[in-house]
Design a protein around this ligand. Structure first.
Ligand code: HEM
Length: 534
């Protein structure tokens, strides 16, 4: 899918930065797009094996054709890894992936570290991978990569074990558990007590503390109160080790099967610190007699989970899995929301007006009042379109199978995926497709969600072309919790600082051109500086 010069001009966006990648300068990158599609599928074939017979049968039965290939300049696809590390060092990894899809098509094949791998941003293919053929796809090396930190929890499990965890955890996320927003209120008050009345500050680190406090309050019934207390001793070690262990996991994830190159004592120490601290909090909270406490009516995730999960190691793993899943994802959503609102004064004004008309200054609003603010909901939807907290993900084929589209000269033929091949998908790139979201797909415009969009002309695209929370049986369990937490924080901050604005020293760049840091989630490298007004 390529944009013509006119399309780009129409969308008010050019892509000058993309040309800086070496791949774009290399002569092979400029060859006609599907030059090599006729090379056939035998790239790695060592001979006439059972595998190739099976593959030929599937190819003929389904009319499969090869997907366009990203050409390599070095053996074993080592240049791919070099590009990834370089783009990451330059804080624009997402731009590299976006560029690859724009260069070759919405489904592509590449050699990555000597093995065939695929990429797709095609809703029809995602429907098959994440839902219709769910059982034919695994998480690949994820379990081995994450296990030292995550242990045996919903994120690292598959098959029956995963199903059991999912059944165990699902009921804990019913929204009636936080309908009154009580679990968010204490932490936002703590945030207000540490923020100055005016002046310029970076909100991003505060949002990471806020979501740590909220998520621990929800899970343990007792927040680690990182905002309220200056963290000391074990608590500070926990927070630092929690971040460090996640950084290790993110680096291991990038290396896929070579994950073991990153780790060692530093990683193990960080994991041990997090596990010891989590064990202590769990023990302390399970021993507490809540019947005498003021908050005895409050729902506590841990108490409820412990009834069905007597093994302390499993209990700790599940809790850590949810802490990781819920904390950074929501912190990033809140950060990018303010990042964009501050750069789009017209949107901020419209949102302020909705908040003021709906609540008239009240701060004791409920979850359903937040849900009844359509512009607020569309702002969050639009932020997650442009900055999905989990921007790339992958699955591995457990048997030789087929993706419905992406092959052949017109990119409409099915594509054969051999057993063991990885398929990476970038929702960041999919959410920026002009043929799904319109020529202004790269602009931040919450109003688009109330207008006609090409996305909605096809029911499969409408369902699988917007996936910030993933889809199918493994869809995010904390979707409503995260959206409610973000909406609550946005409203309370705007009420508290109605005159907030972008500091005069801050850059206003095209959306997506700013520096981005990719760990397990996508955050803003230069934070989110705000002038809180007076
Ligand atoms: C804006 C906020 C959030 C976003 C964008 C988000 C996104 C996602 C995504 C993309 C996945 C799928 C990962 C995969 O299968 O590869 C996921 C899974 C999950 N999320 Fe979230 N999440 C958010 C907030 C939360 C919160 C607040 C919690 C809990 C407190 C949570 C709990 C989970 C759990 C338990 C899973 C695993 C589901 C499974 O594998 O069956 N998430 N989330």
């Amino acid at each position: 899918m390529e944009c013509t010069a006119k399309d780009k001009a129409d969308a008010g966006r050019t892509y000058p930065v993309l040309d800086r990648f070496e791949v774009a300068r290399h002569p092979t990158a400029r060859l006609p797009l599907y030059r090599d599609w006729a090379d056939g599928l035998g790239v790695n074939d060592g001979g006439f094996t059972i595998g190739t017979l099976l593959e030929s049968t599937i190819i003929h039965a389904n009319g499969c054709k090869p997907a366009p290939r990203l050409l390599n300049q070095r053996p074993w696809g080592l240049d791919r890894l070099e590009q990834i590390f370089r783009a990451n060092d330059e804080y624009r990894l997402m731009e590299l992936f976006l560029f690859h899809f724009r260069l070759r098509g919405t489904t592509l094949e590449q050699i990555f570290l000597g093995t065939r791998a695929f990429g797709t941003i095609e809703p029809r293919n995602l429907e098959v991978v994440l839902s219709t053929d769910f059982q034919d796809w695994s998480l690949g090396p994820r379990r081995k990569v994450m296990f030292p930190f995550f242990g045996d929890g919903i994120f690292t499990q598959e098959g029956d074990q995963w199903k059991r965890s999912r059944d165990l955890l699902r009921p804990q996320f019913l929204h009636r558990q936080y309908e009154d927003l009580g679990v968010f209120r204490q932490s936002i008050d703590d945030l207000f007590s540490v923020l100055p009345d005016g002046g310029v500050i970076d909100l991003q680190p505060y949002f990471f503390q806020l979501t740590l406090d909220v998520t621990t309050a929800f899970l343990f019934g007792d927040s680690v109160n990182s905002l309220r207390n200056k963290m000391q001793g074990g608590q500070a070690d926990f927070a630092a080790s929690f971040n460090l262990a996640q950084d290790y996991v993110a680096k291991r994830m990038r290396l896929q099967d070579l994950y073991w190159l990153v780790g060692g004592r530093g990683f193990q120490k960080a994991c041990d610190t997090v596990h010891d601290f989590a064990d202590q909090i769990i023990k302390k909270n399970l021993m507490r007699d809540r019947t005498m406490e003021q908050e005895s009516h409050q729902y506590v995730f841990l108490d409820s989970l412990a009834k069905h999960c007597p093994d302390p190691t499993e209990l700790r793993s599940q809790i850590i899995n949810i802490l990781v899943a819920g904390r950074d994802t929501t912190a990033c959503l809140i950060t990018w929301t303010f990042f964009l609102l501050l750069r789009h004064a017209n949107v901020l004004e419209k949102l302020k007006a909705e908040i003021s008309t709906t609540l008239n200054g009240r701060t004791d609003f409920s979850r359903s009042e937040l849900k009844n603010m359509p512009f607020l909901q569309n702002v969050l939807k639009e932020v997650l379109r442009l900055y999905p907290s989990v921007p790339v993900n992958s699955r591995v084929a457990t048997k030789t199978t087929v993706l419905p589209v992406g092959g052949g000269p017109d990119l409409q033929s099915p594509v054969l995926i051999p057993k063991g091949a990885a398929v990476a998908y970038s929702v960041y790139a999919m959410h920026r497709r002009p043929d799904l979201y319109g020529l202004d797909a790269e602009l931040f415009r919450p109003e688009r969600w109330t207008e006609h969009m090409p996305l909605n002309e096809d029911p499969v695209n409408a369902k699988w072309g917007y996936l910030p929370f993933n889809g199918g049986p493994r869809i995010c369990l904390g979707m409503d919790f995260g959206l409610t937490e973000a909406a609550f924080t946005v409203v309370r901050l705007i009420q508290r600082y109605p005159n907030m604005k972008l500091p005069a020293t801050e850059k206003v760049e095209l959306v997506g051109v700013e520096k981005q840091t990719m760990t397990l989630v996508l955050s803003s490298t230069n934070g989110c500086k705000v002038d809180l007004g007076s």
